[in-house]
Design a protein around this ligand. Structure first.
Ligand code: GUN
Length: 284
């Protein structure tokens, strides 16, 4: 029987550890405040933003909401982010993506101070990750490393294949696996003979955004499979990029959807917020 990696349980453990750490740091006069900015009212974004605020309340971090109308201009949003950069009370800034089409997301991401970039999306955070400097890590890939480590799955020396090359998941995932001494291949939509590549993987991480795309033919017997996808199928069921029922009999460990990678993203965002408190301590 394969190990079903329980992201809900592991994320709860992490949040409980962070809650205890926040109490300890607060008793030393440390404080964290996360500014959460949402432009427009996309329902999916509202759910994510609310879950982030709830997680802040749970672990004892202050959150401040900035809910801006859809027609907010790019310059207005830049001004708000600059204000938050300069606000000594704010330690972390999160601008929920996607932004409305008339706003240049890259410009907004670059405006956030790298010292407050708890999403880890700023080019400075990305550069720090690749050269092994301390910095904020992109939350979903950092969460996947925690899922593996806390499930007793070693990365060092393993063949790791990441399918997908987005800035938010695929690329930082590759950097983190490399940092853990994995042997890393990044495959993508233009990869030739994708099955041949994915079948090499001891650890296969799938972030392609295609419903139940990965079937057992893509997977080596005994591999570990991590599914970053999240879709609603024609029957209104949640499912991932991996065809779970088809792949599960062949693997040694696999993440379910829901309840695998998803809950880890917020736990790691909370870890990045607590990191701002840890660094305050170092300065004192
Ligand atoms: N939209 C979907 N996922 C994320 C995320 O991790 N951070 C931000 N800021 N927006 C998102």
């Amino acid at each position: 029987m394969p190990q079903i990696i329980d992201g809900k349980k592991i994320s709860q453990q992490i949040k409980d550890e962070l809650k205890a750490e926040v109490q300890e740091l607060a008793s030393k006069g440390r404080h964290a405040c996360l500014a959460v900015v949402q432009v427009g009212n996309d329902p999916a974004s509202s759910v994510y933003v609310n879950n982030k605020k709830k997680a802040c309340a749970y672990i004892g971090i202050e959150s401040r909401s900035y809910e801006l109308p859809e027609e907010t201009s790019e310059n207005e949003l830049v001004s708000l982010v600059e204000e938050l950069n300069n606000d000594a009370e704010v330690n972390g800034i999160l601008v929920q993506l996607p932004l409305p089409g008339h706003i240049d997301e890259d410009r907004i991401i670059r405006t956030i101070s790298p010292d407050k970039d708890v999403d880890g999306f700023h080019p400075v955070s990305v550069g720090r990750l690749w050269i092994g400097e301390k910095g904020f890590l992109s939350c979903t890939p950092a969460g996947i490393i925690q899922l593996l480590k806390r499930s007793g799955i070693g990365i060092e020396g393993k063949r790791c294949v990441v399918v997908g090359r987005s800035n938010i998941v695929g690329k930082p995932m590759a950097a983190l696996l490399l940092r853990e001494n994995g042997t890393v291949t990044v495959a993508h939509s233009r990869t030739k003979d994708l099955k041949e590549v994915t079948r090499q993987a001891d650890i296969l991480i799938v972030a392609i955004g295609k419903e139940r795309f990965i079937t057992h033919e893509y997977v080596k017997d005994g591999a570990v499979v991590i599914d970053v996808g999240m879709h609603r199928d024609a029957q209104n069921h949640l499912c991932g990029d991996v065809d779970f029922a088809d792949v599960e009999p062949f693997v040694s460990a696999i993440t379910p959807v829901p309840g695998g990678v998803g809950p880890m993203t917020i736990a790691m965002l909370m870890n990045n917020c607590v990191e701002t408190m840890r660094t305050q301590e170092e300065r004192s």
